[in-house]
Design a protein around this ligand. Structure first.
Ligand code: S3P
Length: 460
């Protein structure tokens, strides 16, 4: 059993928060941005590629894997659970799975750092196996709700041996190879909850059914099929889906080519829209319709985004996006769009700060349980930069202006997307925007700083 190559872990540390010290930075008024970039691989697909590689018979070859801290922690967990995980080049990884032999109990608690996706999916993976495993994470992850996953897993037969108050991390699970197949309607729209139940269903005899009232990202379903499981997806109600997985499938290694992450592309994309004169091309961006809510919204706001060379690669729609500086106008963003752009509201709020009129983002309750309370963190950041806004219940209203002064320091609360969003805001402000800590950017977009500077952004 090999652990991820030490060089990779070391590289992540150099970018990341390995020292534990906060690293402030400032985004400053920048000249027109230009260039052609490919942002790193999609985080959701990267986690899943490793996890399905862990279960499969044979060796899964992954290219374009996101080598951010969140995914590297999942790679380490896969190794601890019995896979052989090797880095063979930049973004190129091989995972030799456990196949029919089942997962192994890890010797030490699995540490998922900042990653809700990593820990929640892995809790599901362990649930259907004859395994005892400890789960832990950093201070942000220890605050986040885990009961949304533990509740359905308990129905399937997993035992929570120990946990912190309210079912939070650190916790220990005892999985069972006699997991019960259930039909579960998710109470919140969450791809993580759906995926945890489906992964637990791999160990169950019979059909595991997940019903979601609002469709969420479907990478788990696509990958289950890609690795040979029998799975069907039907519409449910106006916006939902019913997913049925036949238990105990024989999963076989399959190659995964990870497309560029639309949630990371969102930052240079919005930067190009708000910095005058900009003209930027983002290549190979995943265009899965359950991930493109931000693009839909920005187009409604009048953004000049051209979708070039749309194609299918590795089972996902991808395209190059040409983005030019645009005069934006405020729009209503309906609540049912939230699952397709759940991680993009902080940077949409930044775009809205430059739009004419008010942008009303409705139904954002799930933002309160992300890496930080993103509704509160965005509102506080907008306040620190002098941007007119209002939080009304679960809605965020942002009123734009022709010029934005900027300010800070914006508190990022261990949240990579708050840090990147406000640095982007600084690029089009008159006085710049400082943020208190950029270390967590390494969780999802370790090359953010050099890539943005390469486009012409002034960040120091
Ligand atoms: C993810 C699902 C979303 C998203 C997260 C990634 C996934 O979380 O916010 O960044 O890969 O399944 P929820 O499922 O909690 O909405």
């Amino acid at each position: 059993m090999a652990h991820p190559e030490p060089a990779t872990a070391g590289a992540a540390e150099a970018h990341g928060h390995g020292t534990g010290e906060a690293r402030p930075a400032t985004g400053r008024r920048s000249p027109a941005l230009s260039g052609r970039v490919r942002v790193p691989g999609d985080k959701s697909v990267s986690h899943r590629a490793l996890i399905f590689g862990l279960f499969a018979e044979g060796t899964t070859h992954i290219t374009g894997l996101l080598e951010g801290e969140d995914v590297l922690n999942t790679a380490k967990a896969c190794a601890a659970l019995g896979a052989c995980v090797t880095r063979t080049g930049e973004g190129a990884w091989e995972v030799t799975g456990t196949g029919g032999r089942g997962l192994a109990s890890p010797a030490a608690p699995l540490d998922f750092g900042n990653s809700g996706t990593g820990v929640r999916l892995m809790m599901g993976a362990v649930a259907g196996q004859h395994v005892i495993a400890g789960f832990d994470g950093d201070a942000s992850l220890r605050r986040r709700p885990m009961k949304r996953v533990l509740d359905p897993l308990a129905q399937m037969g997993v035992e929570v041996v120990a946990s912190a108050e309210g079912g939070r991390l650190p916790l220990t699970l005892k999985g069972s190879s006699a997991t019960k197949a259930i039909t579960y309607e998710t109470p919140v729209p969450s791809a993580q909850v759906k995926s945890a139940v489906l992964l637990a269903g791999l160990g169950a005899e019979g059909e595991t059914v997940v019903i979601e009232r609002e469709a969420t990202r479907d990478h788990t379903e696509r990958m289950l099929e890609h690795f040979g499981a029998e799975i069907s997806v039907e519409p449910h109600g106006a916006h939902g889906r019913r997913i049925t997985l036949k238990g105990r499938p024989h999963l076989v290694a399959a190659p995964v080519d990870v497309p560029a992450d639309p949630s990371s592309a969102a930052f240079p994309l919005v930067a190009a829209l708000i910095v005058p004169g900009s003209d930027v091309i983002l290549t190979d961006v995943m265009m899965n319709p359950l991930r493109t809510g931000l693009i839909t919204t920005l187009l409604e706001m009048g953004a000049d985004i051209t979708v070039v060379a749309e194609r299918t690669e590795g089972g996902e729609r991808v395209a190059d996006l040409r983005v030019r500086h645009s005069r934006l106008k405020g729009v209503e963003v309906p609540p049912e769009r939230a699952p397709a752009m759940i991680d993009e509201y902080p940077v949409l709020a930044v775009a809205a700060a430059f739009a004419e009129g008010t942008t009303a983002m409705r139904g954002l309750s799930e933002l309160r349980v992300k890496e930080s309370d993103r509704l509160a963190a965005v509102a506080a950041g907008l306040a620190a930069c002098g941007i007119a806004h209002e939080v009304k219940g679960d809605d965020l209203l942002v009123t734009g202006a022709a010029t934005v002064k900027g300010g800070g320091p914006v508190e990022t609360h261990m949240d990579h997307r708050i840090a990147m969003s406000f640095l982007v805001l600084g690029l089009a402000s008159t006085d710049g925007v400082s943020v208190d800590d950029v270390a967590f950017i390494a969780t999802s977009f370790p090359t953010f700083m050099p890539m943005m500077r390469g486009l012409g952004a002034v960040i120091d």
